[in-house]
Design a protein around this ligand. Structure first.
Ligand code: GDP
Length: 342
């Protein structure tokens, strides 16, 4: 770790210690809304903490910052590992910064719960963007026993907005569950796809395609170009088969190369058009309301689970029952009933 990063980490730790010692959310709030990156990182860490004290602080902090949130464009970006997400996001983020935006990148990685790593753990990812003054990059919490990763990401998003970031990119790996969580917290959902060998429209992708507001075919350079053009026609046809969206939006397909910075401006223009069109027809507001309801529902689910599992002995019982289900000593239904004392 270089000296600068070490010093930054120290400053963050000192700030967190001071905030905790003085139970002073006011201090953190002040620095956060001035756009201080250390304060932002500290605030996100506080929200990720499961300590009861920290949770009380973080709830208060979120309450305080709410009036400063809601103005950013919230964009979800998804695609299978290797499709080119981080390369795309880095170039896209740099383009946005060149257009005078402040960009925050948050990542949800469901597999991180198993590996205790993170898709952004590798420091070489998005190096240029992560070193940029106008960018802030944050991986998802490494693990969360109660499955609240999505809730933490939502809070991180709000904190970034309060710190003045006006574009929030939320990255997720295209494996199902996390897309649905991300879809419910963003305005525009971008799906990255490769021009593959005829398997484009199969399996899980169809469901994810239906959620997309735009599809970008990646790595359209070199020998991929021809296959990509064919894939574009296929995807366009497939999109026509879906029923029209409530918000009147028709998703487009883009040919992009992050290496050559091709097609990324078209994606950006499409996102701008989306915001213009949906502000005019009122759907942006409707979607934001739905996002809030989703937030509420999630908090409720998480809270109920937490309250339930904090009962004496429940966590231990859960652990034992999981093992028993795995080894076939009890069936899942009976195990769930037992835990719930039904
Ligand atoms: P992720 O796993 O979805 O985040 O994918 P990465 O961004 O790590 O990219 C996966 C691989 O594809 C890497 O080897 C990249 O160098 C390569 N790649 C990414 N973008 C492009 C592109 O625009 N053109 C080409 N030819 N390769 C790319």
């Amino acid at each position: 770790m270089d000296q600068g990063k070490k010093a930054q980490l120290k400053a963050k730790e000192r700030l967190l210690a001071r905030v905790k010692a003085r139970k002073d959310i006011g201090l953190l709030y002040q620095q956060l809304i001035l756009g201080d990156r250390n304060a932002l990182a500290t605030a996100i860490t506080l929200c990720e903490s499961t300590a009861t004290d920290d949770q009380i602080f973080s709830r208060e902090l979120i309450q305080n910052i709410l009036p400063h949130t809601g103005k950013a464009k919230r964009i979800g970006i998804t695609g299978v590992p290797g499709v080119g997400k981080s390369t795309f996001i880095e170039q896209f983020g740099l383009n946005l910064i060149a257009a005078k935006h402040k960009v925050a990148v948050l990542a949800i990685d469901p597999s991180s719960q198993r590996t205790k790593g993170s898709i952004l753990g590798d420091k070489t990812r998005m190096e240029m963007l992560s070193n940029h003054e106008q960018a802030f990059i944050r991986p998802s919490p490494a693990n969360d026993a109660l499955g609240g990763v999505a809730a933490r990401t939502r809070e991180a998003m709000l904190l970034c907005e309060a710190a003045g970031y006006d574009v929030i990119l939320i990255e997720t790996v295209g494996v199902g569950q996390s897309e649905i969580a991300v879809r419910s917290m963003v305005d525009y959902f971008l799906l990255l796809m490769l021009a593959g060998a005829g398997d484009e429209l199969q399996g899980i992708k169809r469901g994810i395609m239906e959620m997309a507001d735009g599809i970008a075919i990646t790595k359209v350079d070199g020998e991929n170009t021809l296959a990509s053009k064919r894939a574009k026609a296929e995807y366009k046809n497939a999109l026509h088969l879906f029923p029209p969206a409530k918000n009147q939006w028709s998703p487009q397909v883009f040919l992009t190369s992050a290496y050559e910075n091709i097609g990324l401006d078209e994606v950006k223009n499409n996102i701008d058009l989306y915001f213009k069109q949906l502000s005019e027809n009122g759907y942006l507001q409707t979607q934001r309301k739905e996002q809030n309801i989703g937030w509420f529902d999630n908090l409720l689910r998480e809270g109920m689970l937490q309250a339930f599992l904090s009962q004496e002995g429940k966590l231990q019982e859960l652990k034992l029952l999981r093992e028993a289900v795995a080894s076939g000593n009890i069936d899942p239904q009976s195990a769930a009933k037992k835990l719930l004392s039904l």
